[in-house]
Write a protein that binds this ligand. Structure first.
Ligand code: GUN
Ligand code: FE
Length: 425
């Protein structure tokens, strides 16, 4: 069935490029984008139109790094750096997901919250618990979201409450992969060694082989904090740099997403570029845990792929518009730290990073990609101040800095409306 969405269309096909079409039409056929045009073409004149009037129609937001089981601690526990924070707050919070009923309640609320904030695709960590991970996948699918979800592997340094035996970790990973196929293609599995300190060499090697055999993507953390980096050096004296502790086990390729990369050296960044590894920048988390300020402009200039993540609950903001404004602010801190050498990012660039750059990890083209199911967020910026006299790029900038959940009035994911006038799930 054909349909048309009309409104002020704003897409970011490339870094720094905004394509704006005031009062434009998104042509849909069974939820798949057929074109972005100023007026309905031949054969589309009789097609039903959903008219969003003067509102902004943005691309769906991609949260390329977040931890589902940390949702209960969102906005708390901000007083420690990474390694202490994990032990004191994150691990005990995640340990509660051994209880499937608890997991169900939390994950249902999280999925609804993500949709209400305009996040339509996620690349997400669950906990080490297989059943809770399957529940997370089910709840995301039920809410209409799309994404990759990983059962976390951790067979060392998790304390007594959040650690698996190596053999259990392997067995449970296989059980999870067997059972999660029912959620594809909407929600798909991604292998998730938590980070090098959490996984023995044996488990890492097994995961690398599994990724290759089954052609699975991989996510983990990289060079987030100086204490973490020193620890990895102790654990892997044969590796000159942190990334090598993934690469040597086959966990470093064009389907790998690495969160943070705050302290990545020039050589580590080069290894990312050469392998096509995605760096996921999580600006709020990096400040909250005092991790540092990531050199995002430098990475982009060097040709490294960068997307954005909320990294809840080290990050306190679930909404990607807020993560985009945090990205611009962090880039200014970086500019100050480098005496202007690292130029700040613009709002338009942050919008690209939070949309098209994340879509690429899903193999989806730029902007409202033709031939793909529609992912879109409709923003009513009326209450943010008078729009008269503002251009569409200015209105996008203001939405990035000022819009919240209240301004998001409709969300489309996978070609269907998942929230909006009829309420969010
Ligand atoms: N490194 C390993 N685990 C985590 C986590 O849960 N959050 C963050 N920010 N970094 C990590
Ligand atoms: Fe993280």
């Amino acid at each position: 069935m054909r349909s048309i969405l009309r409104g002020n269309l704003i897409q970011a096909p490339a870094l720094g490029q905004l394509d704006c079409l005031p009062g434009g039409c998104l042509l849909l056929e069974d939820g798949v984008v057929r074109g972005v045009v100023p007026t309905p073409p031949e054969g589309w004149q009789e097609v039903p139109v959903t008219d969003y009037g003067n509102r902004l129609i943005l691309q769906g937001f991609v949260d390329a790094h977040l931890h589902g089981p940390q949702y209960p601690m969102l906005g708390t526990a901000m007083d420690l750096p990474l390694l202490e924070w994990l032990e004191r707050y994150a691990f005990p919070t995640e340990a509660r997901f051994a209880d499937p009923d608890y997991a169900r309640a939390v994950y249902r609320a999280l999925a609804a919250d993500l949709a209400a904030h305009g996040t339509t695709r996620v690349v997400m960590f669950s906990s080490l618990h297989t059943d809770a991970t399957l529940i997370l996948m089910e709840e995301l699918a039920r809410a209409g979201l799309w994404g990759y979800v990983g059962k976390v592997n951790m067979d060392r340094n998790g304390g007594k409450n959040l650690q698996e035996d190596t053999e259990d970790s392997k067995r449970e990973t296989l059980r999870w992969l067997e059972q999660c196929g029912v959620f594809a293609p909407q929600i798909r599995p991604i292998l998730t060694p938590r980070f090098t300190p959490s996984c023995t060499d044996g488990l890492m090697a097994w995961l690398g082989a599994l990724a290759r055999e089954r052609d699975l993507p991989v996510q983990s953390h990289l060079s987030e904090n100086t204490g973490e980096i020193a620890w990895v050096r102790e654990l892997h004296p044969g590796c000159a740099e942190y990334w090598e502790s993934y690469a040597k086990f086959g966990l470093w390729n064009g389907r790998t997403a690495m969160a943070h990369c705050v302290h990545s050296s020039a050589r580590e960044r080069q290894a990312m570029r050469e392998a096509g590894v995605l760096a996921v920048h999580c600006p709020d988390s990096n400040i909250n845990l005092c991790s540092g300020v990531a050199p995002v402009r430098r990475m982009l200039d060097e040709g490294v792929s960068v997307a954005l993540g909320s990294d809840i609950a080290a990050g306190a903001c679930l909404g990607m518009l807020e993560v985009m404004s945090q990205t611009v602010r962090a880039s200014k801190a970086r500019s100050l730290l480098t005496d202007g050498a690292d130029r700040p990012l613009t709002a338009a660039e942050a919008y690209y990073l939070g949309t098209t750059a994340g879509q690429r990890f899903f193999g989806v083209g730029a902007g409202f990609a033709a031939g793909e199911r529609l992912h879109a967020v409709v923003v009513d910026d009326n209450a943010l101040g008078p729009a008269s006299g503002l251009t569409l790029p200015q209105r996008l900038e203001r939405a990035i800095y000022r819009a919240g959940q209240a301004e998001i009035c409709a969300v489309w994911a996978g070609g269907r409306q998942i929230g909006g006038q009829r309420g969010f799930l």
